[in-house]
Design a protein around this ligand. Structure first.
Ligand SMILES: *Cc1c(COP(=O)(O)O)cnc(C)c1O
Ligand SMILES: [Zn+2]
Length: 442
C-alpha cells in the first residue's frame, strides 16, 4: 500500500510540504504545520487488521516495529527507511491500575499511564525518536542540516541529547539557568550535547532558539515542529490498545507548551477516523496556577490567546507563559468537550505525596494532573463509575529535590500534610523499639 504523509498548514492554507524539508511554519500565515496523512488510503485496511498488526508488533524485538511508536509506522512517517530510524524502543509504557489511590478518592476505575518509565524518563522520547529519525534521513540525503537544537524546561533537552547521541548528530540545548532539576541538567551533559544555560526563562530560551534556527543548518526540535507531535500522538493510541482498543471516558494530563495534548487528540482522532474506536474521551488540561495561560483563556471561552509571565512552580517542566501549540490545543479541547483546571503549589505537592503513599513516585507535573482530578471528582464533574486515565509525564526520580523539600516541609506556599521525615536515632535497640512502637500506633 502506498501510504504517505506531508506537512500542511494547521489553519488550512493551501500547500503541501515534504516532511524532509526544513520548514516549521506555514509560509502563508505563519501558523503551525501538521503532518497530514492520507486517511482514505489507511482505511483500505480494516480496523481489525490494523489492531492485529499493531498487537503483533509492539513490544517485540522486530526492528523497528517493537517500539511503541514505530509499531504504528504507517500512521507516523510511513515512507521513512527503517535503516534511518533512531529508536530506543520507546513507548509500550505501563498503564497502571491505581487501585488504592482510586479507592481513596471514590474512583475505582483510575489508571495512570507511566510515560516517565522510558529511556530518558519522560514522554518526550516519543516525539524525539520521530524527529531525530527524519533528520537522519535528511542528512543522509544531502540536506544542509548539521545539528539539532531545542529550548527546554529539562525533559526535551534530555530526550534530544540522547537520540541525537545515538544517531551521532550534534545537539544544542538551551536551558533556563537554575530552573531545571539537577537530574535534568546532567542528562544532556552526559550525552555529549552542547548545553547552554541562559540567564532567562523558558520563553526567553524559545525566542533565542527560534532566532538561531532561521539558519537552515540548525534544525529546530521544539514541539512547534510537528514531527514531535506525530510521535507523541501514539500515547493515546497505546492507551486504547492497552484497554483492548477501547477509549477511556476521561484523560487528564499536565500541559505547558500544549504540544502533548494536541498530539493526544490527534492520535485518538485517527483511531475514530479508522473506525477502530467509536468514542472520544473528554480531555482535561491541568495547569499550575503559577503558569496558567490556557486556564485564563478557557475562563474567557477561548475568545483569545492569553500569555502570562510564568512564575516559579515546582512543576518546572510546565512553567511556560506563551504556549506555542495554543490553537491546536483549543481544537482538542473544544472537540472533546474538554476542560481546563489549575492547581496551586499546595495542592500539587500534597497530591503528589498522597499518590506516593499509595506506592507511586509522582513527578510534580503528574501531581498537577492528580490535584486537578481530585477537584473534578469532588465537584462531581468526573463521576465514580467512569474510567479515567491520568498521564504521568515524567519519572519522579528526576525531581528528588521537590520530594526532599516536601518531606522537610520547606517548599514555598506548601503545608506538607503528609510529611514523612526520617528519624535520627542513636544505635540503641531500646530507643529504636520505643520509637517504632510509637510510630506504629497511628
Ligand atoms: C514537556 C512536559 C510537559 C508538558 O508538555 P507540553 O507538550 O509542553 O504541554 C508536562 N510534563 C512534563 C514532565 C514534561 O516534560
Ligand atoms: Zn497557513
Amino acid at each position: 500500500m502506498n501510504y504517505n504523509a506531508h506537512f500542511r498548514c494547521f489553519r488550512g492554507c493551501p500547500g503541501e510540504y515534504s516532511v524532509y524539508d526544513v520548514i516549521y511554519t506555514c509560509p502563508h500565515c505563519g501558523g503551525l504545520l501538521e503532518v497530514h496523512h492520507d486517511v482514505d488510503a489507511l482505511r483500505q485496511r480494516s480496523a481489525p487488521d490494523w489492531q492485529t498488526l499493531l498487537d503483533a508488533r509492539a513490544g517485540t524485538t522486530q526492528w523497528p516495529y517493537g517500539s511503541g511508536v514505530w509499531a504504528m509506522k504507517e500512521w507516523v512517517i510511513p515512507d521513512i527507511d527503517d535503516d534511518n530510524i533512531v529508536s530506543m524502543y520507546e513507548g509500550n509504557s505501563n498503564l497502571f491500575w491505581a487501585e488504592r489511590l482510586g479507592r481513596q478518592i471514590g474512583l475505582p476505575n483510575l489508571w495512570v499511564k507511566l510515560c516517565g518509565n522510558s529511556h530518558t524518563g519522560s514522554f518526550k522520547d516519543l516525539g524525539m525518536t520521530v524527529l531525530v529519525s527524519v533528520v537522519k534521513q535528511m542528512m543522509q540525503r544531502g540536506s544542509p542540516v548539521k545539528a539539532v537544537a531545542a529550548a527546554s524546561t529539562g525533559d526535551t533537552s534530555a530526550a534530544l541529547a540522547a537520540y541525537a547521541a545515538a544517531a551521532d548528530i550534534p545537539a544544542i540545548v538551551f536551558l533556563p539557568q537554575n530552573k531545571v532539576s539537577r537530574a535534568q541538567l546532567i542528562q544532556p551533559i552526559a550525552n555529549g550535547a552542547h548545553v547552554l544555560a541562559l540567564d532567562t526563562d523558558f520563553d526567553g530560551c524559545m525566542r533565542i532558539v527560534k532566532e538561531l534556527t532561521r539558519d537552515n543548518s540548525i534544525y529546530l526540535a521544539n514541539s512547534m515542529n510537528s514531527l514531535r507531535i506525530e510521535g507523541q500522538k501514539t500515547v493515546g493510541i497505546e492507551i486504547a490498545r492497552q484497554f483492548d482498543w477501547e477509549a477511556p471516558d476521561w484523560i487528564v494530563m499536565p500541559v505547558g507548551n500544549l504540544g502533548n495534548i494536541s498530539a493526544l487528540y490527534k492520535g485518538l482522532k485517527l483511531l475514530v477516523d479508522l473506525g477502530i474506536t467509536d468514542k472520544m474521551p473528554r480531555l482535561v488540561a491541568a495547569q499550575a496556577a503559577k503558569a496558567n495561560p490556557l486556564y485564563r483563556s478557557a475562563q474567557a471561552d477561548f475568545a483569545e490567546k492569553v500569555t502570562v509571565q510564568a512564575q516559579n512552580t515546582s512543576a518546572s517542566a510546565i512553567q511556560i507563559g506563551n504556549p506555542v501549540s495554543y490553537e491546536k490545543a483549543v481544537q482538542a479541547l473544544k472537540t472533546t468537550n474538554g476542560l481546563v483546571e489549575q492547581a496551586s503549589e499546595h495542592e500539587l505537592a500534597n497530591a503528589s505525596a498522597l499518590a506516593d503513599k499509595t506506592g507511586m513516585y509522582t513527578c510534580p507535573h503528574t501531581a498537577v494532573a492528580l490535584a486537578v482530578l481530585f477537584k473534578l471528582k469532588e465537584q462531581g464533574v468526573i463521576q465514580s463509575h467512569e474510567r479515567v486515565v491520568v498521564i504521568s509525564t515524567a519519572h519522579g526520580l528526576k525531581f528528588t529535590n521537590f520530594k526532599l523539600r516536601y518531606h522537610e516541609g520547606t517548599l514555598d506556599e506548601v503545608e506538607s500534610l503528609y510529611a514523612n521525615p526520617p528519624v535520627n536515632l542513636p544505635a540503641d535497640a531500646d530507643v529504636v523499639r520505643r520509637v517504632i512502637e510509637e510510630q506504629l500506633r497511628y
